[in-house]
Design a protein around this ligand. Sequence first.
Ligand code: GSH
Length: 409
Amino acid sequence: MELPVLYAMRSSLYSAKARSYLVKQRIDYEERPPGDPRFPAEIVPAIGRWIIPVLQTADGRIIQDTCDIIDHFDAEMPPERSAKPPAGVQNIVTRVLEMFGSEGLMRPALHYRWNFDSVNMPFVGEDFGRGLMLPGGSSEESSTFEFGPEMSAGDDVAARAKISEFAADRMRALTVDFGVNPETIPEVERSYLEFLSLLSAHLETAPYLLGGRPTLGDFGLIAPLYAHLSRDPEPSLIMKREAWPVWRWVERMNSPVADCGEYGDVASDLFADGSIPPTLKDLLAYIGREFADEVAAHVGFIDAWLDQNADVGEGDVVGGRPYRRSLGLVTWNWHGHEVTTNAIPYRLLHLQRIQSAFEEADPAAQEEASELLQQAGLGGLLELKARRRVVRSDNRELWGAEQQPVVPA
Ligand SMILES: N[C@@H](CCC(=O)N[C@@H](CS)C(=O)NCC(=O)O)C(=O)O
């Protein structure tokens, strides 16, 4: 029988989210790097951009985007194995954690990968080269970045080095675009160490964020915490030294068994009665301090952009081209630093995911979730909206229906 294929790389942030889901759910699959000739031949033309991870189902359907890959498989999961808790507070909280994991730790992930060249580059460069080009390939045919350079075939080592360097240059530019610069680096490091200590404290109490099995929030967080922050040489040492429980959780998230013997006998249930323990509330309050203003600034910017670009209509590709993910640069204040970063409409999809989980909850759970998130400084996640929705169709982000905007004052 044909297996689903995951096009992914060990060194890629979002690949880890999809891979971890497949591994934890014991879904048999084959993993291929994007350097495999089938990626430029079949996948890139079908989705119109170079992006990983991409899942090809056993019957040939192509699914890009980690949220959609998880949703595809999770639709068939029995409730006791699903990554989505039953409607209620936990189902809302796990999506907040999924959003933060997927989007909110980019600064430490990029900083600890790209600003420690002598320690990291021998490893990361090799990873990039080998993932982006198979033996005997040429960097020209492997480079399917539509804006890619002219690259000539050569011996494997030289060609790998070239393609690896090209990809690394793009990511270095992205590191700055995500707000990492000499002025913010001390804050990036302080903030990351605080995160490690809060997540460690929580994982002292349970093997996964919501108890005995992983949910969407775990899969979101494994994105930055696997390839970059646990696997690259420099941050790997930091995590091992400062946050043993987090390191163990990363291992556990890549294991097909529960892998939590050090907790004693733990059932695969979520915390009883939909509860959120104090250590998780502390983590939410951290997310409120570190991420809420960034999200609000994004929504405000995107709404203003839509106001100024009134010719944009429902069904138009966000950014005009599938690979153009940012609408421009947005500036906000992060603990006294003016931070300027790309404004990414994709993030509205995460907000919509949180808000639809809120709408599904009964009134008592809504009240509880609302109070919990307000206390954490995250009340905005339940209401912020730009004047258009973002939807996904055919593996691209499109502008959706108009709606009443709710933007920061
Ligand atoms: N929202 C997407 C993000 C995927 C993504 O950004 N993947 C990165 C690698 S980790 C990528 O392909 N970047 C290529 C590029 O930007 O050119 C998802 O969740 O799948």
